[in-house]
Design a binder for this molecule. Structure first.
Ligand code: CA
Length: 515
């Protein structure tokens, strides 16, 4: 695919490009995988945003490898992170859809995973921050020890929010235990029915400090209505505006504690997912309201983490990967002025790409991806096609780890470390809330899908009553459907698509309800 100049302006490379590139590990570098939540290409200045300044993320990109053609497997959190950790397409697991906050663990304990491989290589592993892959088995009792996700997925230490910031229960869970829980005030969670007398957006709108737009009419916590219903656990409930500092401190503590051993840290930033509640230190910092301010806060967190590594002398022994789980969305359920202020300031969180979070169009899965390793990865800009799920096989090959057979993950060591700035994947199935599409080379084939074309989040989903065909090289913004002009390409891609996903696949189902 040709680099789309309008899409990805060239960023000045500040550091000298004299660092030797390393294609074999001299030792076991620490690995930090930072995954933002719903952050789009246009939200960070190194990918061209002129409306939000992200100097700390930019530093990683300018001094490291900025990938312009990197993809998540899916356009929503749960399946995207499932793919990232398992190296498998999430659509092969029908349950890998957006989970409620009380869902059991999605990843079967017998499943090979990237963090398990890191453990086998002798790494200490930790997951901190946003999770959204379920916890425990069966119906979770939040008042007892929950089987820590780490036990089954491969993390020695976990400190997580169960799902998203907009879903109950709004508590931190450290190694399977709800933090700060008072035994006299047990937590109950229900995703169908409210608990009698508990305030919700519908029963007690006067308690709301943030109004909901759609989908968030459940329990009110900290003045913010959430998805789902929760009772009890008052002392354990997180403070939204303190979450960034909280998880940053946990991430830093883990690094400091493991500074003498190889470690693998998954740091799931909760920003800029709704509800966007940055600390007051960042209020007004972007001019774009809470969403933009929360991106500035996330950037600050990245800077603090890098500073911590630098102070410990670990920067040249730590591979840092920064990415996002899916594309951006502005209106995702609260009246937080994200749409209005983006329009006013000319902020396009997806850099002009069509669609966004939830979408089969390119902005759904086309995400920022930056690889930084001081003195090992040269400053460069890459157009090689890499999918997040490829990390598993790629790191496995690079580190000499045992990669499970039969994964969808493919190893591209030269791509990840910037020795090859083109190439990589030739094919990928894209997923959006159970709907699938095929990208092969520059072409994207989207089957016919019933259902709404634009959802409540104002995102074009990619649903169309007829199949569509797009050329991302010539038409990166997907404005021209080529299905009539190139019937042979359409036919070939349809056959290839069905050959991969199975001829029994029925693309005609309705889109999932939004949430
Ligand atoms: Ca997400």
């Amino acid at each position: 695919m040709k680099p789309a100049r309008a899409l990805f302006p060239v960023v000045a490379i500040g550091a000298a490009a004299s660092c030797a590139s390393n294609s074999s590990p001299a030792s076991q570098p620490n690995i930090i995988l930072i995954v933002a939540d719903d952050l789009g290409l246009g939200d960070v200045s190194c990918y061209g945003s002129t409306t939000i300044s992200t100097p700390n993320i930019d530093r990683l990109a300018v001094e490291g490898l900025r990938m312009n053609n990197a993809y998540a497997t899916s356009s929503t959190s749960t399946p995207s992170r499932f793919g990232l950790f398992t190296g498998m397409y999430p659509w092969r697991t029908p349950e890998a859809r957006i989970l409620p906050g009380d869902a059991p663990l999605l990843i079967d304990p017998s499943t090979p995973t990237l963090p398990k491989m890191m453990q086998e290589l002798g790494y200490s592993t930790a997951a901190v921050g946003k999770w959204h892959l379920g916890m425990g088995y069966g119906k979770t009792d939040w008042n007892k020890q929950i089987d820590p996700p780490g036990n089954s997925v491969g993390f020695d230490y976990t400190n997580l929010i169960p799902a998203t910031v907009d879903r109950v229960p709004t508590v931190y869970v450290e190694n399977g235990k709800v933090l700060g829980l008072n035994d006299d005030d047990p937590i109950l969670v229900d995703y169908d029915n409210n608990f009698p007398g508990e305030p919700t957006a519908l029963t007690n709108p006067e308690m709301m400090e943030v109004e909901w737009h759609h989908g968030h009419q459940g329990t009110i916590v900290n003045g913010i209505p959430r998805i789902g219903f929760m009772k009890g656990g008052q002392e354990a409930r997180w403070k939204d505006d303190e979450m960034a500092d909280y998880f940053l401190s946990k991430a830093k503590n883990f690094i400091i504690g493991q500074k003498d051993n190889p470690f693998f840290l998954y740091y799931g930033l909760h920003q800029p997912h709704v509800p966007r509640v940055p600390n007051e230190r960042f209020e007004g910092s972007s001019g774009l309201g809470p969403r933009g301010d929360s991106v500035v806060e996330a950037d600050w967190c990245v800077g603090q983490l890098v500073e911590c590594l630098d102070s410990l002398g670990l920067l040249d022994n730590t591979l840092i990967i920064f990415t996002s789980d899916n594309g951006a969305v502005l209106q995702d359920g609260y009246k937080d002025e994200a749409v209005e202020l983006a329009e006013k300031m000319g902020h396009d969180p997806d850099n002009g790409l069509r669609g966004g979070k939830y979408s089969l169009f390119d902005a759904g899965t086309h995400i920022p991806f930056i690889v930084y390793w001081k003195n090992h990865v040269k400053p460069a800009v890459s157009t090689a096609w890499f999918c997040q799920m490829d990390l598993y096989s790629t790191l496995g090959e690079y580190l000499g780890g045992k990669v499970a057979n039969g994964l969808d993950s493919v190893s591209y060591v030269d791509v990840l470390f910037g020795n090859s700035l083109s190439g990589g994947r030739e094919i990928q199935i894209l997923e959006a809330q159970g709907r699938l599409a095929l990208r092969h080379g520059d072409f994207v084939y989207i089957p016919a899908y019933k259902g709404e074309k634009i959802n409540e989040a104002l995102v074009e989903l990619g649903c169309n009553e007829k199949e569509t065909l797009w050329n991302l090289s010539e038409d990166p913004f997907q404005q021209k459907d080529l299905s009539v002009e190139f019937p042979d390409v359409l036919k070939n891609m349809r056959e290839e698509f069905l050959g991969i996903v199975g001829s029994s696949y029925n693309p005609g189902f309705e889109a999932e309800p939004l949430q």
